[in-house]
Design a protein around this ligand. Sequence first.
Ligand code: DI6
Ligand code: FE
Length: 400
Amino acid sequence: MKILHNVRVLQISAGQLHTIDKAAITWQGQQLMYVGTRADMPRPDVGAEWIDGCNALATPALIDCHTHVVFGGNRSEEFAARLSGMSYSDIAKAGGGIRTTVRHTRAATEAQLLQSVMQRAQAMRRGGVGTLEIKSGYGLDLATETKMLRVATQLSAQTGMRVRRTYLGLHAFVAEEWPSRTAMLEAVCNSWLPQLHAQGLVDAVDAFQENIAFNADEVRQFFAAAKALRIPVKLHAEQLSNTQGAALAAAFGALSADHLEYLDDSGIAAMQAAGTVAVLLPSAFYCLRESQLPPIAKLRAAGVPMAIATDCNPGTAPNTSLRLAMHQACTLFGLSIPEALAGVTDIAARALGLVDTGQLRAGFCADIALWQVDHAAEIVYWLGDLPAQQLYVAGRKCEV
Ligand code: DI6
Ligand code: FE
């Protein structure tokens, strides 16, 4: 048994922050046993390990529920091109964008990919992230998609972080490599997905539904294949235009629909009815210098839970700081501090289908971040480095 004492504990419920002062947290193995005041703590086991929290603020370890953090190369040259006037869509149509990263990711060895993602993941971990979702999607062939998902699996062992792997089967269509779009769909749905699933590499699937990517019929076919294998689905929806992606995702009981700048009222209603989480990605909004805001007030009014993630990727969000994404969600999208904190803990867990992480309560996983701050708002407020003092994932201490 472990006993973290001399801490203040942040709890987030019903949109309110609540701090327990002079608190203690105990856990056995991976599971929290007690979270409350030190005074009320049940008598500990003899031989329990005592850990001094130095009066830090304890929060659930943060959860980054949407990333593309495994990739080869980078896209700084396209960033420069965008600064001189080219749009993200122009670059994609000219064969760049996602396809640039596909070339680099195919060329990289598994060891090279692991080495580059380790650096980014270490920055995330230092920022208090204990759980990380990682999407494939820069392979677009079976060998490279497999390589990406294997690297994501290895990353967990190397860093101690919990990793959820998402097969982003429909990210981009490379016309030169296929006789038709139907042929690609056929391979992804009936061959690659079942093979990746059989190797235990897939926790969920995702697709990019957009005018420059895949249409509703194609996504529906892919989701039907995932459903047949009982794999949960997620969707990049209404990022650059409205293609009724959120409603389609909701119809499949999706864990989340992500981006959502162009989400409309019917999409909100469908998400609300299905319990689909809205994942907000303000770093991509910022990098693309978008002006269309996701309909935050309407999502809030409808009671659709809102998570926040980095979308860490080389094209639209070269960001390893979940705290920066939280800050952007507040400054650019108008979220409150409690919404931002819930969006990277409890609600982010829901967006990944994790039922026992993201809260500091008995029975949940012992995933804890300690912060040297006076008030929880500082976690969102400071720009730049604010390293977690200590981090525990599934009861085990991680380096920060
Ligand atoms: N939407 C995104 O924001 C990322 N993928 C997607 O479907 C961007 C991917 C990239 O540009 O590399
Ligand atoms: Fe994304």
